[in-house]
Design a protein around this ligand. Structure first.
Ligand code: F0G
Length: 457
């Protein structure tokens, strides 16, 4: 039997509204050609994000009823704390309402003017929180990670030699933190190897720099290690995860990804003094340290989700379903980041829309074309999300212009995915007919969320 089937059956369904192409043309215009501004009801297949969009299991829903809503010391907190400790091995565990709240607390303490935060690749909210603290974020991704076509097992790795060179040049005292994002979301959802985590840790230790893991997709990363790194074939996902975290001083987590929760996150660490500082900030904006901005029922859903995500039948299906899209694209030579990553397919918009120059945002053009053609919503990960301006006002672009189609966990079936592949192919066949965009409005930070565009003539 070759077909890897969904390891679940469906108990509750949500209807999809089928808009027409003509309707979508008007909707796009009204949304200023920014898919973030489209109403979810007007989307047929929503691949904007895998964050907070998971289908919860019947166990998680049952857990919601068990949620203890006590303000302080709720049972749900202790169940949550136990599993987070089991997975990460970290003694100090602080719940937050989502990943970026953890980031804001951490970088408020560890960031600041004149400091650097180094990473394989910082996610957009992570970078924004680093920069908001006054620090500078620097991505030191391995070379093969910057090329969409290169097939390598761990394209999410950090360039350890570049890390060493950066420390030698700038001085360890100016580097407040190294963050390893697993899997590397903005870098194509590519995994980071255990060897790389160890190497980065050794360098950090030698210079007294703390290493944190951005752990949103830790289980997907652990599964790739199991599949691809010698010596891990027969280890469990829990064992591999524990080993990953054993090399870190702390982690930030968005439970909206690999914990199948619709909201939530946490900070975990080994340093008692740092934990105390974090808790002092937590109470101002998030809440008391045993709930941190979450209801008891949310803590319960996360605790259960963290166990479910380490199930290998689930992970086999998860990684296979993403690979399946890649195989469909290969059949027509459609360019994407190879090999497929953990939670999404990243179309190589620079090549896909090679008639549109970078300053006219080929990724935005591809995103909008997919919506117009088939009601599919993805997200641009390129010059709209990460573009900066040089002193002369010209656009400074990131290494790749991508469109991410993120697959919500346990939500869509194989026929939904077949449809997505058909729409991508239809757009590819008439790609020359799509035009680029210019920005008409942009906010100072995280501009992709609310930017507005116009079609260039
Ligand atoms: N780190 C990574 C690697 C992420 O992918 C995200 C969120 C965050 C941190 C922030 O977590 O949303 O709970 O505050 N990523 C979502 C995405 C939004 O679409 O990739 P959050």
């Amino acid at each position: 039997m070759n077909t890897i089937i969904e390891p679940f059956r469906i108990k509750s369904v949500e209807p999809i509204y089928f808009s027409s192409r003509k309707e979508r043309s008007g909707i796009l215009k009204q949304a200023h050609y920014n898919p973030f501004l489209i109403k979810a009801r007007d989307v047929i297949i929503d691949l904007l994000t895998d964050s907070g969009t998971s289908a919860m299991s019947s166990e998680q829903w049952a857990g919601m009823m068990r949620g203890d809503e006590s303000y302080a010391g709720s049972d749900s907190f202790f169940r949550f704390e136990k599993i987070v400790n089991e997975v990460t091995g970290m003694p100090f565990i602080i719940p937050t309402h989502q990943g970026r709240a953890s980031e804001r607390i951490l970088f408020s303490i560890m960031g600041g003017k004149g400091k650097y935060v180094l990473s394989n690749t910082l996610f957009d909210t992570t970078r924004a929180n680093v920069e908001f603290s006054g620090a500078e974020g620097v991505d030191l991704r391995c070379a093969e990670g910057n090329d969409a076509e290169t097939v390598a097992p761990f394209k999410g790795n950090m360039d350890a030699a570049a890390l060493q060179a950066f420390i030698a040049e700038q001085g360890a005292e100016h580097i407040s933190l190294v963050v390893l994002t697993v899997t590397n979301n903005s870098g194509g959802g590519q995994p980071v190897s255990m060897a790389n985590i160890k190497a980065v840790h050794a360098i950090c230790q030698a210079h007294g720099i703390p290493l944190f893991i951005d752990a949103c997709r830790f289980a997907e990363n652990a599964y790739f290690i199991k599949l691809r790194e010698p010596g891990y074939e027969s280890k469990s996902i829990l064992q591999i995860s524990r080993e990953m975290f054993s090399h870190a001083d702390g982690c930030t987590m968005s439970a909206k990804k690999d914990a199948f929760a619709n909201i939530g996150g946490f900070l975990a660490m080994r340093d008692a003094q740092l934990a105390e500082k974090c808790r002092n900030l937590l109470v101002i904006t998030e809440g008391f340290p045993t709930y941190g901005g979450l209801a008891g029922r949310d803590l319960e859903a996360i605790a259960i989700g963290l166990r479910e995500v380490m199930d290998e039948d689930y992970l086999r299906y998860r990684i296979r379903s993403i690979q399946y899209i890649g195989e469909k694209l290969d059949a027509f030579g459609i360019p994407y980041v190879k090999p497929t990553g953990g939670h999404a397919v990243y179309l190589d918009a620079g090549r896909f829309m090679d008639h549109i120059p970078v300053h006219q945002y080929p990724g935005q053009a591809l995103c909008n074309a997919l919506y117009l053609e088939g009601g599919i919503r993805g997200v641009e990960i390129g010059s709209v999300m990460f573009g900066k301006y040089a002193a002369d006002g010209s656009l400074l672009s990131p290494p790749m212009e991508l469109v991410r189609l993120a697959i919500p966990r346990r939500v869509y079936t194989q026929s939904h995915i077949d449809y997505v592949a058909e729409v991508i192919l239809a757009v590819y066949q008439k790609r020359q007919g799509f035009r680029g965009y210019k920005l008409t409005y942009e906010p100072p930070m995280l501009r992709h969320f609310t930017a507005r565009f116009e079609l260039v003539p």
